[in-house]
Structures are given as C-alpha cells and as structure tokens.
Design a protein around this ligand. Sequence first.
Ligand code: HEC
Ligand code: HEC
Length: 145
Amino acid sequence: MLLLLFATTVIGATAVIKGDELATLRGAPLNTEPEPPAMSKTINNDIIPKRSYPMQPPVIPHKIDNYQVDLNANKCMSCHARSRVEETQARMISVTHYMDRDGNFLAELSPRRYFCEQCHVVQTDAKPLVATTFTDLDTLLSETE
Ligand code: HEC
Ligand code: HEC
C-alpha cells in the first residue's frame, strides 16, 4: 500500500514539471535556446549615487575593467588609499576598512576588506528583471509623521 502511494506521488510530481510550461527569467521555455540579449553597459559617469541605507557599501561609479586585485597587487588602493587620495581625488576608504573584527584600528587596510569587489560593485544600464518594493527609510519616516 505504502509503495503504491509512493509510486503515485513520484508519477504525479514528474507530470507537473514540463519544460515548456515553466515561466523563466530567460523569457523562453527551457527546451529552446533564445537569442541572448546584448551585453549591458557598465555605468561610468563618475556620479556618486544616493545610498539606499547608511550601511550600504557604495556602488562603484566607474569602470573597473582589468583592475588587478590579488595577492600581488590591489589596483583599487592605488587611488583609494589614504596616501593616494590627494593626487587622485578619489574618496579614501573609510575607517571601518582599517578595523579588525574586534574593532581595533590597524595601520593598514584590514585583510577583511582587501577584496573590494566582495562588497563594492559596478552598475550596468540593464533593465531590472523583477520589480522591487524597496522603500527608502526617509519615505517611511515622512509617512509616520
Ligand atoms: C584611477 C583611480 C581609481 C581606481 C584605480 C579606482 N577608483 Fe574608485 N573612484 C575613483 C574616483 C576618482 C572616484 C570618485 C567618482 C569618480 O570620479 O568616478 C571613485 C569612486 C569610487 C566609489 C564610490 C565612493 C562613494 O563614496 O560613493 C567606490 C565604491 C569605488 N570608487 C571603488 C573602487 C574599487 C572597488 C576599485 C577597484 C576595483 C576602484 N574604485 C578603483 C578613482 C579610482
Ligand atoms: C566586507 C565589505 C567591504 C569590503 C571588502 C570593502 N568595503 Fe568599502 N565599504 C564597505 C561599506 C559597508 C562601506 C560604507 C560604510 C563604511 O564606511 O564602513 C564602505 C565604504 C567605502 C568607501 C566610501 C568611504 C566614505 O567615507 O564614504 C570607499 C571609497 C570604499 N569603501 C572603497 C573600498 C575599497 C577600495 C575596498 C578594497 C580595498 C573596499 N572598499 C573593501 C564595505 C566594504
């Protein structure tokens, strides 16, 4: 009896999943190969956009193509390091980037902040794939007043 129940469940499940009926972000059924959309362009306008919330890592408003960040070199720091910003007019990495996990200040960039692109990303002109209901805190605050 149990075996029979199991068998019908499995058959039932496979019957539902049909590739050509699935709604996907690819915009085409799974068993077809749609024309890939053109690559979107990296935003490179040097304009610093509003942050969505105070703790947000700022997004990168410039291209970072071929910027080396590995064991041997950190290209980002050649402009964003404390000693470099006068010449480059980039913003200095903030003080949190010099802190270890216990909150002690280090003389140099903390290893936890070495790989910048873990947190900072470029933006592209791509259309959002899904809608968002994100509401800025300022809007929420003004609604409660
Ligand atoms: C050639 C110098 C240079 C290099 C290299 C560089 N940046 Fe920048 N960056 C700037 C300047 C200048 C700005 C100010 C806005 C602008 O001009 O694009 C900036 C802006 C930013 C901002 C926005 C800061 C804010 O307060 O909103 C972030 C984040 C950033 N860069 C991250 C990076 C990362 C990560 C890398 C390495 C992958 C990098 N940058 C490499 C010069 C540089
Ligand atoms: C683990 C995440 C993380 C990593 C890795 C990281 N950052 Fe940040 N960064 C942040 C956050 C969060 C902020 C905003 C809050 C703050 O200042 O701590 C920030 C702020 C900044 C700012 C703006 C500073 C200011 O005073 O407005 C710059 C520029 C920046 N980061 C550059 C870099 C560069 C260059 C690297 C790599 C050497 C890097 N960050 C690595 C999370 C990170």
